[in-house]
Design a protein around this ligand. Structure first.
Ligand code: 9MR
Length: 378
């Protein structure tokens, strides 16, 4: 499969190499020579280094913790940020802009401005979009969490939200995180903090998938969670649930691991094995929110050894996904430390992304790029 994708992409690469050489005729050591199809210029970008059909994504910074920082909205205001976003990635995930509190601030009012702008940006840049998220215990508006609704009303509210939001972007979203973080770390359904499951029972999860599928039959519908990189109680719970839902004919298409990793802990070495068992059920798999945080030294600047370890985690997460046939979407949770959620949520930790606050590339960036290239040439 991947080699077939490569064949198509290689043709594009050769075609591109001619104008690249012409433009720099006297500039470099290769002046006057035909550039190799895999020249640095062509493969400078993560998205171009990737095998054909393999999407490299990032979260699009905005909303959530950004609202409390002393900078304007990153996506709409930071030109350098937007340039890199458009050039490097072939997939984007709104970090907060498609969550309930953002899209549906009042019961009878939706606000699509930010989400629309991201989808339009993606289309202009030939990017796909991962929609995030529809059924979650967090970042719900107060009117919903504190409202005094009957079961019938709540069910109607969820259905209407799904039909409205998914319907609006139908045909323009590649993958939806339909249900996010519905199990706790012991693999127990969140029957208390998830309003939908608490009030309407576990069956609401299947209904949500059905409603999303009705509203956008082309989108691939995912379960998404953190702490499910390994084979463990939580991922086992998803494994059992997805088997059950598939047997009932519920339109579940994918299982994704967020992969918020930390160098405090070892790399989840069974990630590939875990993805493979979901793949064997006929599901797509994806890595959706990768970052690798670390304890910062007093200087605030990671040591070479820390950078190397981080690069290794990024590389291994990508390699695990690349090794699994149905894992074709690999997303990092932001690409620059300038906007990372990590220092805001974990005191003393940071440097979790692949670029510094000044957009300088770290070893982790190069690790991703060379791993993509190698897979493409495989
Ligand atoms: O990155 C998001 C941050 O801006 C928000 O403040 C935070 C609030 O919960 O959510 C962050 O994104 C989360 C994602 O939606 C789901 N998986 C965990 C992510 C990191 O907390």
């Amino acid at each position: 499969m991947r080699s077939l994708r490569f064949a198509t992409a290689a043709v594009a690469a050769v075609a591109l190499s001619v104008p690249l050489v012409a433009g720099t005729a006297t500039a470099g050591p290769s002046a006057g020579r035909q550039a190799a199809p895999h020249s640095e210029a062509r493969f400078d970008r993560l998205r171009s280094a990737a095998p054909e059909g393999f999407y490299v994504g990032t979260a699009v910074a905005g909303g959530g913790h950004h609202l409390e920082q002393d900078y304007p909205d990153p996506f709409t205001s930071d030109k350098e940020y937007r340039k890199i976003l458009g050039r490097q990635f072939s997939s984007v995930s709104p970090e907060n802009q498609m969550k309930w509190e953002f899209l549906h601030p009042e019961r009878d009012r939706y606000d699509f401005k930010a989400a629309d702008a991201i989808v339009a940006f993606a289309e202009r840049h030939g990017q796909v979009v991962r929609g995030h998220t529809l059924l979650w215990h967090s970042q719900n508006p107060a009117w919903l969490e504190q409202g005094d609704f009957s079961k019938e009303e709540l069910r109607a509210i969820l259905r209407e939200h799904i039909t409205t939001v998914v319907g609006r972007y139908a045909g323009r979203i590649q993958q939806w995180d339909v249900a996010n973080e519905i199990f706790d770390d012991r693999g127990t359904l969140r029957t208390q903090d998830n309003i939908w499951i608490r009030e309407l029972g576990p069956g609401i999860v299947a209904d949500a998938f059905r409603w999303v599928h009705e509203a956008d039959p082309k989108a691939k519908l995912f379960f998404n969670d953190y702490g499910v990189e390994s084979v463990n109680a939580k991922s086992n719970a998803y494994y059992a649930l997805t088997q059950d839902l598939l047997a009932q004919g519920v339109p579940v298409h994918g299982f994704s691991v967020q992969a918020h990793l930390s160098t405090r802990y070892g790399f989840p070495g069974d990630l590939e094995q875990n993805l493979r068992r979901f793949d064997a059920l006929g599901l797509e798999t994806a890595v959706t929110e990768l970052d690798v945080r670390m304890d910062l030294p007093e200087s605030g600047v990671p040591t070479d050894a820390q950078q190397k370890q981080q690069a290794d985690y990024y590389r291994r997460a990508l390699s695990a996904c690349l090794a699994v046939e149905g894992c074709n979407s690999f997303t990092i949770w932001g690409f620059t430390d300038k906007y990372s959620w990590v220092p805001v949520f974990f005191q003393g930790e940071g440097s979790a992304t692949v670029m510094t606050e000044e957009f300088d590339r770290k070893p982790a960036f190069y690790a991703l790029r060379s791993t993509l290239k190698a897979a493409r040439e495989d």
